[in-house]
Ligand binder design. Structure first.
Ligand code: PLP
Length: 405
């Protein structure tokens, strides 16, 4: 008997992505890869982190930085985050903040908190692949959340009841979404808050890219809009997930949740059971670096990514064939390309890697129902501007070839 036969049923829901093997190919040095979606390491504030880590280990502070700490997180860091939230219109106190090991951990904990097997999570079509992975372990069904579709709460309720559960959450990557680069308008945010109220479900606002705006007007976070409606964070159903991964460093694994007190209290219990706390030294270093020069650092990061975004949009304009469309993100790391029906992103990737040494992520991976195969996600954050020009030219050739064959 193999142990695989006695895995819990939830293991059936944890599927390796069909594109994982293809993505491994992209580590080859001569490939121009738009697949990653990761920060450029040249932009990490490395010197500041050296100083901060050094300080946290000097003058007796090792007794704190190398020690166990509270599950809620570093008090100074929570205080600083609460202040930043306030600037966004989210009136809260450190008691409304839990530090997590990246926002990915927050998604896992929120899945664990709300989803019983058979419940429904509303997600975008497409949505962040990591959110599907995090929620999947809790054996939910997914239904399509579309701010334009005008589906009524009753319709969602009937569908979820037919599948033996209840709509428990609506999950959205709100600003410069992964994978589309699209930002929800204020009206869309308001209408999803209405839907959340009608359904009585949690609204999970994934703000991983929120600080990376290059142009256009900032849109208030959903949690800020809900506080404006209801008067207090304690009456809100929106749960805001933030991250330092895209601004300071993803390797340190520091993110946060901002929500009503009872939600934070329950997540603290999960954190205690899960990993006790996010590494103390990392939290202290992030608190130090964030408190001194954060805005100036982000301004530098934005300037670099903005140039790369502009470069990619201009190259797409030059090289994409008729029939291809793409998003024009105001920030973040991604452009989403839609191709004529019949083209398949996964097949194109094989050809692109073999013939032109260029890579991307096929869009089908981001759809809970496996649709959307005629789309691609391109990331501009970690490519030099010249590589963006060359890579998009190559991609244009691959798509043209596929259209004529
Ligand atoms: C939309 C979105 N949410 C959450 C995450 C997880 O980020 P982290 O756990 O590093 O904070 C990512 C990472 O790429 C993401 O794109």
């Amino acid at each position: 008997m193999s142990l695989t036969q006695i895995f819990a049923t939830r293991a059936d829901h944890m599927k390796a992505s069909e594109i994982r093997e293809l993505l491994k190919l992209m580590a080859q040095p001569d490939i121009i890869s738009f697949a990653g979606g990761i920060p450029d390491p040249a932009l990490f504030p490395t010197e500041r982190f050296k100083q901060a880590m050094n300080a946290a280990l000097s003058d007796g502070r090792h007794a704190q930085s190398l020690q166990y700490s509270t599950s809620e997180g570093d008090p100074g860091l929570r205080q600083w985050i609460a202040g930043e939230m306030g600037k966004l219109g989210i009136d809260c106190t450190p008691a409304n903040i839990l530090i997590t090991s990246g926002s990915q951990q927050a998604l896992d904990y929120l899945g664990k908190l709300f989803l019983s097997p058979g419940d429904t999570a509303l997600v975008g079509w497409p949505t962040y692949l990591g959110a599907l992975g995090a929620f999947n372990a809790y054996e939910p069904h997914f239904d399509r959340l579309d701010a334009h579709a005008n589906r009524s709460a009753g319709d969602y309720r009937t569908t979820s009841a037919g599948r033996g559960g209840q709509v428990k959450m609506a999950y959205l990557s709100v600003d410069f979404a992964n994978p589309t680069g699209v930002t929800l308008t204020r009206d869309e945010r308001e209408s999803i808050l209405d839907l959340g109220d009608e359904l009585g479900c949690a609204v999970i606002e994934d703000a991983a890219y929120q600080s990376l705006r290059y142009d256009g007007e900032p849109v208030p976070p959903m949690l800020a809009l809900e506080i404006a409606r209801k008067g207090s964070i304690e009456d809100c159903r929106t749960i805001y997930c933030g991250s330092f991964s895209k601004t300071l460093s993803p390797g340190l694994r520091v993110g946060w949740v901002c929500a009503a007190g009872p939600v934070i209290a329950q997540l603290v219990l999960e954190k205690q059971a899960g990993d006790l706390h996010t590494p103390t030294l990392n939290q202290m270093a992030v608190a130090d670096v964030a408190a001194d020069g954060f805005d100036a650092h982000i301004a530098g990061v934005r300037a670099v990514y903005k140039e790369r975004r502009d470069r990619m949009l201009a190259a797409l304009e030059r090289h994409m064939p008729d029939g291809a469309g793409w998003t024009r993100p105001e920030g973040g790391m991604f452009v989403w390309v839609s191709l004529p029906k019949g083209l398949d992103g996964a097949e194109l990737l094989e050809q692109a890697v073999a013939q032109e040494r260029v890579a991307f992520v096929p869009g089908g991976a981001f759809f809970a129902d496996g649709s959307g195969r005629n789309s691609l996600r391109l990331s501009f954050s970690n490519s030099a501007p010249e590589d963006i020009d060359t890579g998009i030219e190559r991609l244009g050739r691959v798509i043209r070839n596929a259209l004529v064959t």
